[in-house]
Write a protein of this length. Sequence first.
Length: 203
Amino acid sequence: MTVTKIEPVAKTRFQVYVDGQAAFVLYKGELSRYRIEEKKEMTEEVYAEILQKVVLKRAKARALHLLNDMGRTEAQLRTKLLQGGYPADVTESALDYVKSFGYLNDAEYARSFIEGRKNKKSRNELYAALCRKGIDREEAKVALEEYYDGEDERAAIEALLRKKKFDSDTADYMQKQKIAGYLMRKGFRYDEIRRVIEFSEPY
């Protein structure tokens, strides 16, 4: 194994390339400790030690810090670690580590996400948001079936109407049609909209 390049990524952090491939990011002191220099050979034993004792340890700590900072899905945490220069196999080991303590749970994340927003968002909006965050599509559907119902949808519609200062009692037919179109674009079902905004066809 040959160290083909050492590239600075910050003032004290460096991306190390081994045999032409990005291997790991190390601090300046770690480069000195392991005597890592460009064009110099690296034994498999040293490579493995760096991954296990330095990089994986750091990846676990980073994963815990990111989760402590805010709730994240498995996909979001994986992306953050990979963007931080952690190798894919080290990233997966770090994910397994935090999952073993129950710190990373997509089903619980989905439940919490829905509970915190169900009185403001439509089912379709919540589903799309969960998928964007990396929640499995089927898992998102199951969570919505369990934690979002017609009462929540009506409450969300009413909240949006209050925000828009819409008064169903004083609004005319065209105004009601306009607000109904807005709500449908937000993903609410037409039958639920009609239950909240009762209106008759004009003569």
